[in-house]
Design a protein around this ligand. Structure first.
Ligand code: 5GP
Ligand code: ZN
Length: 113
């Protein structure tokens, strides 16, 4: 009963950016930056504190690289953020990596300003 499991499975609509065998990337519903894409493993993990098999980790970061290139921020620069747990204000308990870019960012966390 997890929203990102359903999105990754195509059971809940999303704006897909990229997909590989083990990871799925889609536009954030409430973008904080001109580029704000979420990358998730297709299998459910709570956050990066969970142990992921090497092939799933590799697929996750292959998807991050693909998103950066597809969104045109691989050269201009981008930031990845993965909130884990309550103090980080993780609101969806399915591991996700925010890919943020398209404008200059300060040294802090642009998704929490
Ligand atoms: P967190 O705060 O857990 O790091 O990030 C959760 C992110 O998921 C938020 O940026 C929020 O806008 C996004 N989000 C939550 N529910 C949905 C949804 O149903 N669809 C999409 N596309 N994004 C969502
Ligand atoms: Zn899930």
């Amino acid at each position: 009963d997890c929203i990102f499991c359903k999105i990754a499975a195509g059971e809940v609509p999303s704006t897909k950016v990229y997909e590989n065998e083990m990871a799925y990337a889609f536009e954030d519903l409430n973008p904080m930056m001109p580029v704000h894409t979420l990358v998730v493993p297709k299998k459910h993990y709570r956050n990066v504190a969970d142990e992921l098999p090497a092939d799933e980790l590799a697929a996750l970061f292959e998807a991050v690289r693909a998103v950066a290139a597809l969104k045109g921020v691989d050269e201009s620069g981008f930031r990845i953020i993965s909130n884990a747990g309550a103090n980080a204000q993780q609101t969806v308990d399915h591991l996700h990596i925010h890919v943020l870019g398209g404008a200059p960012m300060n040294a802090g966390d642009p998704s929490r300003s």
